[in-house]
Design a binder for this molecule. Structure first.
Ligand code: PRP
Length: 206
């Protein structure tokens, strides 16, 4: 049985379609229900639909053999697993953003609101810039608008959220896209199957 962790939502369904096309169908997953585990014993596949930020944990711990996750999660969590392939979709950018009229005060630490604490620390350390982190769980864009932070470190996809909140990209940290990941032990014991999947997905990459 091949266990696959997919992020719940549009990205996960896109990956499911790609896997179904190469022999890992499990049609029940397309039904509108609240189930989270789907199994097809005939072709030996089991899908878990998990929160996007939890995919890497399932794969690292071996509950899933493979999974699909955003590079942002890999950079933030640094899980112990193999990153097999850049799938070329789910593209966005990790950025520092700030209000249109922001001016940095070099005499004090930058107040940074983010979900991505590790990425933010790492980025500012590389610039030798002191920061104060304010960890939030979502709607990060509000923080600089209400004086909670100077800037944010967050994902920018279309830029609409920034624009509609009078923020702009200040610095780009790293481009992000979806990655195929594999558990280290599974990569040995199910090597043939996993690498076949990786090469098939590579062919169908956008
Ligand atoms: C992400 C990100 C931005 C938004 C960017 O939020 O945190 O808020 O998408 O997309 P855009 O550039 O296309 O506007 P998400 O929807 O993941 O929710 P969140 O508030 O929980 O971070």
């Amino acid at each position: 049985m091949l266990n696959v962790a997919l992020p719940k939502g549009r990205l996960g369904m896109k990956v499911y379609d790609m896997l179904a096309a190469i022999g890992y169908e499990c049609p029940e997953i397309l039904e509108d229900n609240r189930k989270l585990i789907f199994e097809n014993t005939e072709n030996g596949v089991r899908y878990f639909l998990v929160k996007p930020s939890d995919v890497a944990i399932y794969v690292e711990k071996g509950a899933a053999d493979i999974g699909v996750v955003g590079k942002d999660i890999l950079l933030e969590q640094e899980p112990d697993l193999y990153e097999l392939l850049d799938l070329g979709f789910g593209k966005c950018r990790m950025c520092v953003a700030a209000p249109d009229d922001y001016r940095e005060d070099p005499d004090r630490p930058v107040k940074v609101a983010t979900k991505f604490v590790h990425i933010a620390r790492h980025y500012y350390e590389s610039k030798n810039r002191e920061i104060e982190i304010i960890k939030l769980s979502g709607s990060i864009e509000i923080a600089p608008l209400v004086g909670l932070s100077d800037v944010i470190v967050d994902i920018v996809e279309t830029g609409t959220t920034l624009k509609e909140n009078n923020l702009r990209v200040w610095e780009e940290i790293v481009p992000i896209s979806a990655r195929l990941i594999a558990n280290k032990a599974s990569s040995k014991f199910k090597a043939e199957e996993i690498y076949k999947i990786a090469s098939k997905l590579k062919e169908g990459r956008s």
